[in-house]
Design a binder for this molecule. Structure first.
Ligand code: NAG
Ligand code: NAG
Ligand code: NAG
Ligand code: NAG
Ligand code: NAG
Ligand code: NAG
Ligand code: NAG
Ligand code: NAG
Ligand code: CU
Length: 821
């Protein structure tokens, strides 16, 4: 990711995609064939309608629980539609702060004259304004009492961050405001787990600050340097650039690389073409933004043509005097459609015929329900919430009525670059500064999620969006099968032939976080066997820099003047796991090697080497940190010691991590303290309400003294035996770019994931109760090749809406040879 104002702004690449889609779909079929296809589909459409009417009738006259579920679903989630905002929204313990609550909070705070609050749409950096408002989750113990034991409704309050640029000592303060809806207090949060009075120089960027960058910095630089920019690159910055324009990017500098109290950023120019992060130029300038008054911000160093100048004036003077090297790059000649950096179709188009790609559909409509923020799917139930800062959080995740996890959420996305030039080498991004809740929107039906998915709008308050706003299609929920058997067995042969199989059918909650150039697709996947999986993949554009030989070892030259730099993607997740209650323990089961004497062996060599399990209960937070070691393969097990099955197995869930990555920055050096969580592939802490998140919106700036220091959560080294435990998982990967990452990096091969999967928790696989399974048994056990019965557990035998395929019944009725031979 490269940082500039679109960190906060909507970007409009969709229209481009739609344009290119029109091109893809141009008709290449002979006219007659085209007509036939159309008619065929029309008939199918009518058939579908008839079938769904029939199903509707069946639903009404029969009353098996599953069918009632189908009926309920229909009235709740409308396909292709987001739910309208209800006037009287049900407010649960996990419900994000509502519009009317936001109004009350703002009103309450505005009454307090000492806060001098400005409206964020007109505020300046030296004003006070409310940056974010979100739910302050009630203490877990209270929430559980309320949920499980009819306890009192916990007091509802909000977590409010206020930028106080107008203070004598400018500061960001974090308040708790409550109780909602009839507010009586707004007090500074009181916790030792994070700073709640934050030095102003480590504040996250805001629309307010960007407005000043546009008015106080860029015009000054452009006015002086546009002639140089035009001579060097054939383009200019500002209003009068015509059709050859430059765009700026911004690299905020972590406090680790600055004197105490300073706030600085590198800016650099790129061609304003699709897409500008692949069109960087070698003009970078450093701005001191420490002063709260933007008119005192100063351009300091300038980097141009691989040379660092002490000031813009020095560069311009030497440039005019011709005493320095000059860059001469022609403005890209190609039409935008032909640029290798654009997302328009190009090359030898395929497929040759206008035949649609395979896709999934729901034959009988959705099989899940969404009531307020609660999703029910088969044996699963959970509540979702979209926080402006953290983004999507899932709460109270239950399987068969038992809580498996109290919270599951992403905490941070970091991208750490390496480079020679100043602006690129200072790129250390902690993306939550861009406010994840506002980065998720605009999911495209049929591409980002299946067209039959439920698309959910969200509403949140942030100053960056000028107040309480709705973001459309911010998340989607859909059921799918991933075309992989969850389980199957084909027992073949003359005796005992049978077949049993079940697809991995699951429910997906998906968001795509777009942060300038990168798009992070994050899925929460609920499988029918009681496993819940979290998966993230990145796509979108690379960030890049101007190529010089000095950049060679930091990346891949992907075009004449462009190098895409090596970078490290890191993702941090929170999984508040609860196994049969909150008193849990964590053990590692390590695979060891033993040298064993085989007493029964008659060979002269009577010993043999084999593996064995060593179970090790972890007693304290520091002893439970997981640093992957190839020599010691491990299972990570969360158990309830008091819940053993009759065989003595402790009921447990296993955490399986698929996407470990080694942090190569030394501990406590540079940016590293802001992402101290990345020291561990997994860590376990005793649950504390105050240790709510592992990162913060300040992480991009605060390395000198992190606002949230995850390491501190571990350093008190609490006992973790039979305690309420939280697991923190780091996923990551290094990217060394390649030319094929133009224009976009693919998600293919890039999925990182972890999974919570039952481990001796159930006596047998819970998916055994799935009526989506199929069993095939020979009609006559002694003659397995002479026909077999298909058992579908009363499920419909398949709606042939899209294409007539031979039914399994037909295929198997007189010969099952292909299966059992
Ligand atoms: C007003 O805000 C200040 C902090 O700026 C706080 O100390 C004071 O208690 C607030 N007054 C009321 C009535 O909430
Ligand atoms: C809040 O105040 C309103 C109006 O005064 C009152 O009707 C309502 O019951 C109060 N709500 C709570 C939760 O106290
Ligand atoms: C913070 O909370 C602690 C414990 O609840 C209390 O002793 C202390 O006085 C509080 N500090 C402030 C500044 O409110
Ligand atoms: C840049 O320079 C070219 C060539 O001198 C000139 O035609 C053009 O108008 C300049 N661009 C701007 C925006 O002034
Ligand atoms: C200009 O570039 C050349 C070739 O890269 C280099 O040898 C020379 O030192 C540079 N001159 C200045 C003034 O930087
Ligand atoms: C295993 O034990 C036997 C008998 O003590 C010994 O001779 C042999 O070297 C051992 N092998 C290894 C690999 O340690
Ligand atoms: C486990 O059960 C024993 C006996 O019922 C009880 O004393 C103990 O507190 C329980 N421990 C936990 C962690 O629940
Ligand atoms: C299966 O065999 C029966 C009896 O011989 C026959 O009537 C039927 O048409 C056959 N079905 C298929 C699909 O071949
Ligand atoms: Cu990458």
């Amino acid at each position: 990711m490269a940082a500039q104002d679109s960190f906060l702004n909507e970007r409009s690449s969709l229209t481009e995609e739609q344009k290119s889609k029109g091109f893809v779909y141009r008709n290449e079929l002979p006219r007659a064939y085209r007509k036939r296809l159309t008619i065929h589909y029309c008939i199918i459409g009518v058939l579908c309608l008839v079938i769904s009417i029939l199903i509707g009738v069946i639903v009404i006259i029969t009353s098996s629980p599953d069918q009632i579920l189908v009926e309920k679903t229909r009235s709740h989630s409308k396909r292709h539609h987001t739910r309208p905002s209800e006037a009287k929204k049900h407010i649960g313990v996990f419900t994000e702060i509502t519009e009317s609550e936001t109004q009350s909070i703002i009103k309450y705070l505005k009454v307090n004259a000492s806060l001098q609050l400005s409206d964020p749409t007109t505020a300046r950096p030296n004003s006070n304004f409310v940056h974010t408002i979100e739910l302050k989750l009630a203490p877990k113990e209270q929430v559980l009492k309320y949920l499980d034991h009819d306890g009192p409704t916990p007091v509802r309050s909000a977590f409010v961050s206020i930028f106080k640029g107008a203070s004598v000592t400018p500061v960001v303060e974090e308040y708790e405001v409550g109780p909602l809806p009839n507010i009586t207090y707004a007090h500074l949060l009181n916790t030792t787990s994070r700073k709640t009075r934050i030095p102003f120089n480590v504040r996250p960027f805001s629309m307010v600050e960007f407005r000043s960058i546009y008015t106080d910095i860029l015009p000054v630089v452009a006015k002086k340097a546009n002639f140089l920019l035009n001579e060097s690159y054939g383009a200019e910055f500002g209003k009068h650039c015509g059709d050859r324009c430059l765009k700026f990017s911004m690299t905020p500098i972590s406090s680790a690389y600055l004197a105490k109290g300073e706030r600085k950023a590198w800016f650099w120019f790129a061609y304003d073409l699709e897409f500008y992060t692949l069109h960087p130029l070698d003009f970078q300038f450093l701005v001191d933004m420490t002063d709260i008054n933007p008119s005192n911000w100063q351009v300091q160093s300038v980097w141009y043509c691989s040379t660092l100048f002490d000031s813009l004036d020095e560069l311009l003077e030497k440039y005019r005097q011709n005493t320095i090297n000059k860059t001469r790059v022609p403005y890209p000649a190609a039409k935008e459609e032909e640029l290798l950096t654009s997302l328009h179709l190009r090359g030898d188009a395929f497929p040759k015929l206008n035949l649609e790609a395979p896709r999934q559909f729901e034959p009988n409509g959705p099989r899940y329900t969404i009531e307020d923020d609660e999703v029910t799917y088969m044996q699963w139930k959970f509540t979702y919430k979209m926080s402006p800062t953290i983004g999507l959080q899932l709460f109270n995740i239950r399987f068969k009525g038992e809580r498996i996890a109290y919270e599951l959420s992403m905490q941070e996305i970091a991208v750490l670059y390496a480079a020679n030039s100043p602006a690129s080498s200072m790129l250390y991004f902690a993306d939550s500064a861009g406010l994840f809740g506002t980065r998720t929107r605009g999911l495209l039906p049929g591409v980002d999620c299946p067209d039959y998915a439920h698309f959910q709008d969200i509403e949140i308050y942030t100053s960056n969006n000028g107040g309480y706003r709705r973001f459309e299609k911010a998340m989607c929920i859909f059921e799918q099968n991933n075309l992989m058997p969850l389980r199957r067995h084909r027992a073949y042969g003359k005796i005992g032939a049978f077949y049993g199989g079940l697809l991995d059918i699951n429910l997906v909650v998906r968001i795509v976080i777009s942060v300038i150039n990168y798009d992070y697709v994050t899925d929460f996947i609920f499988h029918t066997n009681g496993a819940v999986e979290v998966k993230v993949a990145s796509t979108g554009y690379l960030a890049s820099g101007f190529y010089t030989p000095a950049e060679e070892q930091y990346g891949t030259r992907i075009r004449e003047n462009v190098i895409a730099h090596l970078h490290h993607h890191l993702f941090h997740f929170k999984a508040d796991i609860d196994i049969k209650g909150t008193a849990n323990r964590f053990s590692t089961w390590t695979i060891k090697t033993e040298n064993k004497t085989d007493e029964w062996s008659s060979a002269p060599q009577n010993w043999h080497i084999q593996t064995k399990i060593k179970k090790s209960l972890k007693h304290s937070e520091l002893s439970a940190v997981h640093k992957y070691n190839f020599n010691h393969p491990k299972y990570l097990i969360f158990s309830n010691a008091n819940q053993t099955d009759k065989l003595g197995n402790q009921k447990s869930y296993r955490l399986k991590i698929n996407g470990i990555s080694k942090m190569k920055l030394p501990r406590d050096q540079g940016f590293e303290p802001s992402v101290s969580w990345s020291r561990y592939q997994m860590a376990v802490t005793k649950q504390k309400d105050s240790e709510y998140t592992s990162s913060s919106v300040y992480a991009m700036w605060d390395a000198r003294d992190p606002v949230v220091n995850f390491q501190k959560y571990l350093d008190d080294n609490e006992n973790i035996v039979d305690e309420d435990l939280v697991s923190w998982i780091t996923l990551g990967t290094y990217h060394i770019p390649q030319t094929e990452h133009m224009p976009n990096t693919p998600t293919v091969g890039g999925h990182l994931s972890f999974m919570l999967t039952p481990f001796n928790y159930f006596e047998e696989d819970p998916s055994m109760s799935s009526r989506d399974a199929i069993r095939i048994s020979p009609k006559d056990k002694t003659r397995p090749l002479d026909g077999a019965n298909v058992e579908r557990y009363d499920m419909p035998a398949g709606t042939s809406c899209v294409k007539d395929t031979e039914s399994l019944e037909n295929m198997l009725t007189n010969s099952s040879r292909f299966l059992f031979f």
